[in-house]
Design a binder for this molecule. Structure first.
Ligand SMILES: NC(=O)c1ccc[n+]([C@@H]2O[C@H](COP(=O)([O-])OP(=O)(O)OC[C@H]3O[C@@H](n4cnc5c(N)ncnc54)[C@H](O)[C@@H]3O)[C@@H](O)[C@H]2O)c1
Length: 267
């Protein structure tokens, strides 16, 4: 993190789930660089604290951290109360925490299916449901739900994960319209990245091959020929968190190097 702030989300208060790793950590840092104060929450208390510490080294008091299982209602209540008491409100909720388990319809165990729905869908349900009153009472806000390209396209090898991410895509639109209907001034959008260089991709490297080879294999699936850096996604998150996107709600923010655009002929 550099000390430079441009201020695109100056003065905003953001809560980031899964902020101890990968995209959540990068988003927390980028939001803080752009002027937000952030609550970094994660199931892993230590990694969340590391993210907050790296932000506070640059801008003291800009971040706090909390252990937070995003599937648990009581944990949500605690972290939202912490956000309110430490920072005085909530403007941005980034529902980012998630896991990925591969498997097709024949190989996926029911327990894996349920776990994916619990961590990748229930967490977003609780986050939106419990954060809306805080945002509504402080004049509005922006909810950003991390889905995936597999929430849009079918993929035989990610049955449970894709189903969960498609649920997030649909839930986002229903919540956006609910908030618009009640004039809460709360926007709700989903983000659909393709492969990002984060520990979530470890399951591919664990299956064999070096990280470099794995990234190359995945990059070959993408029309622009590269997998994403976290920054490619956090720029989109900054936009959705900021007032620049004030007329955007219920939308799918796709960052995928062209993957979902259609079929790319091999020659
Ligand atoms: N990496 C990719 O290729 C990719 C692509 C598209 C979408 N995504 C999505 O991006 C989001 C972030 O993933 P990432 O790539 O940074 O993965 P990651 O594994 O690096 O980070 C995920 C974080 O979520 C936390 N977490 C897991 N279960 C939790 C729970 N119950 N409560 C709270 N925190 C929990 C983990 O501790 C971890 O810190 C996920 O929703 C993922 O599905 C990732």
């Amino acid at each position: 993190m550099s000390g430079d702030t441009v201020g695109r989300v100056e003065g905003k208060i953001a809560l980031i789930t899964g902020g101890g790793s990968g995209l959540g950590r990068a988003s927390a840092i980028h939001l803080a660089q752009e002027g937000a104060r952030v609550v970094v929450s994660d199931l892993n208390e230590e990694t969340a604290a590391e993210t907050a510490a790296s932000i506070n080294q640059i801008r003291q008091g800009a971040a706090i951290s909390a252990r937070h299982d995003a599937t648990v209602e009581e944990d949500w209540k605690s972290v939202l109360e912490l956000t309110q008491s430490k920072f005085g409100g909530l403007d941005v909720l980034l529902n980012n925490a998630g896991i990925s388990i591969g498997g097709d319809i024949e190989s996926t165990e029911f327990a894996e299916w349920k776990k994916l729905q619990e961590i990748d869908v229930d967490s977003v349900f609780w986050g939106c449901k419990l954060a809306i009153p805080y945002m509504r009472d402080s004049g509005g806000g922006s909810i950003i739900n991390i889905s995936s390209t597999v929430g849009i396209l079918g993929n035989p090898l990610t049955l449970g994960y894709g189903t969960a991410k498609a649920a997030v895509r649909s839930m986002t639109k229903s919540i956006a319209l609910h908030c618009a209907r009640h004039k809460y001034n709360i926007r709700c959008n989903s983000v659909h990245p393709t492969f990002i260089k984060t520990p979530l991709l470890d399951r591919f490297t664990e299956a064999g091959g070096s990280e470099e080879e794995t990234y190359k294999t995945l990059a070959d699936l993408i029309p622009l020929g590269e997998i994403l850096e976290t920054k490619d996604v956090t720029y989109g998150i900054i936009y959705l968190a900021s007032d620049e996107s004030r007329m955007m709600t219920g939308a799918e923010f796709v960052i995928d190097g062209g993957l979902t655009s259609g079929y790319m002929p091999p020659v």
